[in-house]
Design a protein around this ligand. Structure first.
Ligand SMILES: [Ca+2]
Length: 211
């Protein structure tokens, strides 16, 4: 009886390990570690790594960002729009993020600490320069974690009402006292009924500001 019990325990352990180890490896490969910032997060500066998507990794990876869905890096000039003149006008560099056929997103988490001036809350402000074809959409969102429950969340969804112009999508969220991490996410979505996703995000800023 003891032998069978031990054998059963060993089998259960083996099954658990076989399930858990690949998932852990995949998660480590997939999601970048949170960016370390100073003990007190600096104000009024961009906290993101690779904020303008100027670094493109192999195999569809984007350094600094966790990639989900149908997004990739592309160079100005690779297609008719956006033209390199947009990059010059908006300090967009050489590369940008875009979606292919369906939606996709990139996320980046930064560590946070700080109390601000003690009289008004600190704010997290996420902004993305974007453009594309009428009807395509972009969603920027901020998730602040470290406290109770799922944290504090704010998003801003924009639908393009004009083709081939650069615009800015901005979300702002007060930072609770318990905050330890801020996650910035940019999602690109096709127009309803469109079989191509024609939306571009060229650069993203995540700032902490004193309100
Ligand atoms: Ca860029």
């Amino acid at each position: 009886m003891t032998y069978y019990r031990k054998a059963l325990q060993a089998l259960v352990v083996a099954i658990v390990l076989s399930l858990a180890v690949p998932a852990a490896i995949q998660a480590a490969d997939y999601a970048p570690q949170a960016t370390n910032v100073a003990d007190t997060t600096p104000l009024n500066q961009n906290l993101l790594q690779n904020p303008s998507f100027e670094q493109a990794g192999a195999g569809g990876l984007i350094p600094g960002w966790a990639v989900s869905g149908d997004v990739h890096i592309q160079a100005f000039g690779a297609q008719k729009w956006p033209s390199p003149s947009y990059a010059k006008k908006w300090s967009g560099g050489q590369l940008y993020l875009m979606c292919r056929k369906t939606s996709g997103s990139v996320s980046q988490t930064v560590n946070f600490s700080g109390t601000g001036n003690g009289t008004s809350p600190l704010l997290a402000r996420l902004a993305a320069n974007y453009g594309g074809v009428v009807g395509a959409q972009i969603r920027v969102s901020i998730l602040i974690t470290g406290g109770p429950g799922l944290g504090s969340y704010k998003e801003k969804l924009k639908t393009l009402t004009i083709t081939h112009h650069y615009l800015k999508d901005v979300a702002t969220l007060a930072i609770p006292q318990w905050a330890t991490q801020i996650t910035a996410t940019v999602e690109l979505l096709p127009a309803v009924g469109d079989n191509r996703c024609r939306m571009v995000a060229d650069s993203v800023d995540l700032w902490v500001l004193q309100s």
